[in-house]
Design a protein around this ligand. Structure first.
Ligand code: GLU
Ligand code: ZN
Length: 299
């Protein structure tokens, strides 16, 4: 078995989906994971989650790498691209199949319309159909719980509250849930600091980790930044791309949003000075635990 987390060297990561350029919301998540890793003498790895090519415009990954670099967020080691990890995902899927946890789902979108939880129509379909199909995992009728570094502890019964979920889509790509769990394990990630949009996805990931014999990282979810219209900042609601010209000010804004008391004299100062201060003074307990107010200049 694995040794307690406190005895392992800290390995954290930032794992953006390159569906567009970084915006202020993703910058805050990047800076939070960077600061938490560095404040604990850890490594901060970068993984590009380009698992779903049609959602990833050409050049978006390079753009993210360049932007992180311009914002002084330098990562350790090689960048991992999920598009190149297919055989690992397949390997994990085969293992889950061997454990007889998977079934083939041929339900159409219209059949599932309006259902909050997958109704289990294909639960007993263990032979590969000849028509297009997804692979789902039978959700355990069990509570999965975790403590969070910033938000309240969370628990949910997967079978009752989530249902059987997809690990490989009908049109081919492996699902985020499978990819994130396999790659976090392969990269030895033991601290996951990310946006609160993934808070309630964590029990699914813990379930998969347990099935696959992986250890569960420590999780910390950063409250989301809302747009002035009250939506999560995302590429979908057209949060503006961040530009290097605004970098010192945006880094200050991000550090403050994370509840850290950046001295006035450092507001808008060279990025390196700000990040060094924030690493030295990083206080997990000061990170807010609810949604953050809109930021006027990012929307
Ligand atoms: N790729 C996901 C995103 O950009 C993040 C995944 C994760 O941090 O677990 O929202
Ligand atoms: Zn089905």
């Amino acid at each position: 078995m694995t040794s307690p987390t406190c005895l392992q060297p800290y390995i954290g990561r930032f794992a953006p989906t390159p569906s567009g350029p970084l915006h202020f919301g993703s910058l805050v998540a990047a800076i939070a994971s960077y600061l938490d890793a560095h404040a604990h003498g850890g490594q901060w790895l970068l993984r590009i989650e380009d698992i779903d090519p049609p959602r990833c415009p050409a050049g978006a990954s390079d753009d993210i790498l360049r932007t992180l670099d311009q914002f002084g967020l330098h990562w350790h080691g090689e960048v991992i691209y999920q598009s190149q990890q297919q055989e690992h995902f397949q390997h994990a899927l085969t293992e889950l199949q061997r454990q007889q946890r998977l079934f083939y789902c041929t339900c159409s979108r219209s059949q599932l319309k309006g259902q909050q939880i997958y109704p289990g129509y294909c639960r007993h379909q263990h032979h590969r159909p000849t028509i297009p199909h997804a692979s789902r995992i039978r959700a355990a009728n069990q509570i999965f719980a975790f403590k969070d570094l910033f938000m309240p502890a969370y628990a949910e019964n997967l079978a009752q509250q989530v249902g059987d979920f997809i690990l490989q889509r009908k049109d081919g790509p492996y699902a985020y849930q499978l990819a994130v769990v396999v790659d976090d394990a392969l990269q030895g990630i033991n601290h996951v600091i990310r946006g609160a949009d993934l808070y309630d996805q964590t029990p699914r990931q813990i379930f998969l980790q347990q099935c696959l014999g992986y250890s569960t990282p420590t999780y910390g979810h950063i409250p989301l930044i809302m747009s002035p219209q009250g939506q999560k900042l995302s590429k979908q609601n057209l949060a503006k791309a961040i530009t290097p010209k605004q970098a010192p000010k945006l880094v200050s804004e991000a550090i403050q949003r994370l509840g850290q008391a950046l001295p006035q004299a450092l507001y808008g100062a060279p990025i390196k000075e700000q990040l060094n201060w924030a690493i030295k003074h990083w206080q997990r307990q000061s990170v807010p635990n609810q949604c953050m107010d809109p930021v006027a200049f990012v929307d």
